[in-house]
Design a protein. Structure first.
Length: 132
């Protein structure tokens, strides 16, 4: 496993062992943007539509600003009042900066995905957060 400087600094900061010359301000520049999107299909029972949406989401992996990407479907976990498993597909992306997330939104691959797949979903909810 290769760990970059940012990863080491983050680990050392968590352990309270910041390397010499590293300040909390320097570590705060490493806050990443988490972009989590939930999709509800127009045809919720259609496996073909779900598969088409997942295939479309996979094309987004070619966008260079994305540091990490996960695509998922509701997990078969215990149903509790705080669990919403009504969506069909979700994707989670991590970006280094707000600017990278903006560039992703304008990237031709993302625009093509929206053009190609937007007819599949009825509703989309986006949660963006920054590391603390």
């Amino acid at each position: 496993m290769v760990v970059n400087r940012r990863g080491w600094i983050g680990l050392l900061m968590m352990l309270g062992l910041a390397p010499a010359g590293t300040t909390l301000a320097a570590a705060s520049r490493d806050k990443r943007i988490v972009h989590h999107v939930f999709f509800w299909l127009k045809n919720p029972g259609s496996q073909a539509d779900r598969d088409a949406l997942i295939a479309g989401l996979k094309t987004l992996r070619a966008i260079p600003q994305i540091r990490e990407m996960r695509i998922g479907v509701p997990a078969p976990t215990e149903q509790r009042s705080v669990v919403d498993s009504s969506y069909a597909v979700s994707e989670l992306m991590v970006f280094d900066t707000v600017e990278d997330q903006r560039r992703y939104q304008e990237h031709p691959i993302h625009l093509k995905f929206v053009e190609t797949c937007s007819g599949l979903w009825e509703r989309v909810v986006v949660y963006d957060s920054v590391d603390v």
